[in-house]
Design a protein around this ligand. Sequence first.
Ligand SMILES: [Zn+2]
Length: 363
Amino acid sequence: MAKVDWGFFGHRTINEMACYTLPQELFAFYKPHVSYIREHAVDPDMRRYAVKKEAGRHYIDIDYWGEAPFDILPRDWDRAFAQMAHIRYINASNDTITLKECRVPGPEKMDSFFHSKVKWNYFADEWKANCDDLKSWFPQINDCTEVLLHDSLTDYGILPYSLLYSYDQLTNAFDQKNIPRILKISADIGHYIGDAHVPLHTTINYNGQLTNQDGIHAFWESRLPELFALENYDFYVGQAEYIPDVNKYFWDVILDTHSYLDSVLLIEKRLRREFPSDRQNCFEQRLERTVRIECKEFAEAYHNALDGMVERQMIKSISALGNVWYSAWVDAGQPVLTDIDFGTIEIPTDSIRIEFDGTEVHH
Ligand SMILES: [Zn+2]
């Protein structure tokens, strides 16, 4: 099944509530755009089928890489890529040669090769590096006819790396006072921050498919908030704070989120065993379709047993998002944005993807 997340309700709420954590100076800028930030909270999900590699930005199957704290996984994207990538080339005699086997210089050179010659192209439909780039970096390769790239990182998700990438883009947009891009990236990064707080977005067992708990993904992140958030959650969080080390912050979020995974799975498993089985699944009419969904009473039992986890993760998302927007603005030198005449600015309504080289691709 497709990996879904928080649901429209959760993502939109997180994006909207984060606006209210901002200090007055920055809030004055976001205030007229709250509905934009809210409505576009789900754009990245819409893009998943149009943009290759978009999907990997919504999760990281971190347990694929071993056990917490997953030190095997470099926290720096260039380094991680260089370590996990398979760069091969085809030589003049039509042999396929793996770069790692051909006595390339140390890892720093691989990092910089990825950074300079490969990364900018990462989200393109066809991900390529060319022979000239390869030769310019590794002069000992003199008979390349084609470069083949495969990175095993992307398949298991790049959420924390991609968050830092979006953060840099946001800082840039603030620096350039580019209002449409500030709003677009603010809304997008809100989505990814929300995803980063869902334990099932940090595991290879993302829908309980490995433990016979198929459907738990939507149960936890859509069904529970839709049933209980509006009436019971208190979304008040304090004012946004500056984050001194953003990359570390994103990784801390992922590790914290992942630490709740066991409870998410084990508690549901126990309840499935203990709760009367004929009162677990109900049928509801949705958009003229009958769908099977967890009964309210059963959902309530799960929600209670989780003891506030869903609410806490939503609140953490709101708080983190406010911190991220605020920090990007501070890192850009706190530009004054409130003197801009918004009437003259065209806010994009479609989904934009912004490349590493700064160009925009519309879908
Ligand atoms: Zn998502």
